[in-house]
Design a protein around this ligand. Structure first.
Ligand code: UT7
Length: 341
């Protein structure tokens, strides 16, 4: 039997991008009330001056919808035109349903295919690769990809290796058909042998200690799982191995380092960004995203938030080429060259 198959647009591109930054600004002095550290140590080791932490009302749903509305508006696309919503998050605390479904519904993308992905800090790049493929295969026409985290819900406030780094926020992109190539080939992968380097301390059931008589959870907050990280090995892996992946993404897109306009890596640590910039031998005129200084590390949200900041400040412009690369828990990674909306 012969099946009919679809094919879609020749090319896909990011049509609009938007972010949401929580209201509350937490500076290094406040962090130093929680751990034995100093403003100087945090600035020199991570590049972070302050970060944004979400308040109770700034939920995964709320931040995602706010970022998505901006992205849709800038793309000139109505919510009803979106046929696919992909949300990348590791901090949506409901196992099911996927938060993408309720986000699609609140936006007015009511019959859109909607699902969540778990690709940690590589999530925005994973989602961008999926959107590009869906559009070119004909499975989708307009895809909304959202990277959103409330990492502080899973951060131990007395953990010196994570509490100064992790932050909250959302970034969204509308991806659709284009007359010219707007998303280069993805270079992606994983290394599960290194999974213990960044992981949840306990499975969710450890948070529960059911009293079989009262059916009450008697564990209290002490068993609540958080994220733990062996920072230094991750730092080395990100600085050296990920620079090679980024170089492969440039090569796959046929863009030479001296032709690139903008470099927007996952905002994990300013020193990782600097090490990758040097390893890639990028010319000094290339604009580099340094959003981590004021925003902290927001995992899947960090790349779209960083790009939005560069576009809003005028440091980067529509039509420029931008190398993005995400890397994190898994370990997972993905990078590609995009054309800025
Ligand atoms: O987003 C997902 C992917 N994540 C990343 O890419 C994060 C990668 N890792 C990092 O960004 C860095 O490893 C950190 C910023 C987390 C840590 O920087 P580091 O240069 O790797 O520091 P370290 O862990 O090797 O520790 C160096 C020193 C140690 O003291 P001694 O043994 O040299 O005396 C630590 O005890 O710094 C000390 N230290 C601190 N001091 C003040 C560790 N944490 C702190 C702290 N404040 N918060």
């Amino acid at each position: 039997m012969k099946l009919t198959v679809t094919s879609g647009a020749k090319y896909a591109a990011i049509l609009g991008l938007g972010g949401y930054r929580p209201r509350r600004v937490v500076d290094n002095a406040e962090i130093c009330t929680m751990i034995d550290s100093s403003d100087e140590w945090i600035r020199t080791r991570s590049g972070i001056i302050e970060r944004r932490w979400a308040s109770e009302d700034e939920t995964i749903q709320m931040m995602s919808v706010a970022a998505a509305r901006k992205a849709l508006d800038r793309a000139g696309i109505e919510p009803g035109q979106v046929d696919t919503v992909i949300v990348s998050t590791v901090t949506h605390l409901y196992q099911t349903p996927a938060v993408a479904t309720t986000i699609a519904s609140e936006l007015g993308s009511k019959s859109a295919a909607a699902f969540d992905i778990s690709a940690a800090c590589a999530g925005f790049c994973y989602g961008t690769a999926m959107a590009d493929s869906f559009i070119r295969s004909g499975a989708s026409k307009y895809v909304l990809i959202i990277g959103v985290e409330r990492l502080t819900d899973m951060t131990n406030r007395s953990d010196r290796s994570t509490v100064f780094l992790f932050a909250d926020g959302a970034g969204a992109a509308v991806i659709g058909p284009s007359d010219s190539p707007g998303i280069g080939p993805v270079v992606w992968g994983s290394d599960g042998d290194q999974a213990p380097l960044i992981q949840q301390t306990e499975p969710w059931d450890a948070a529960l200690a059911w009293d079989t008589d009262s059916y009450r959870n008697t564990a209290g907050e002490s068993n609540w799982p958080t994220l733990k990280m062996e920072g230094n090995p991750v730092f080395k892996w990100a600085s050296y191995t990920m620079a090679k992946t980024a170089a492969e993404a440039l090569d796959a897109a046929g863009v030479r380092p001296d032709e690139l306009d903008v470099f927007a890596p996952h905002q994990a640590n300013m020193r990782i960004t600097d090490a990758m910039f040097r390893a890639l031998k990028l010319p000094s005129r290339v604009v580099v995203a340094r959003d981590i200084a004021r925003q902290g590390n927001t995992s899947a949200a960090s790349i779209p938030l960083a790009i939005e900041a560069l576009l809003e400040s005028g440091e980067a412009r529509s039509g420029q080429t931008c190398l993005i690369i995400g890397f994190g828990a898994g370990l997972v990674y993905a990078g590609q060259v995009i054309v800025l909306p």
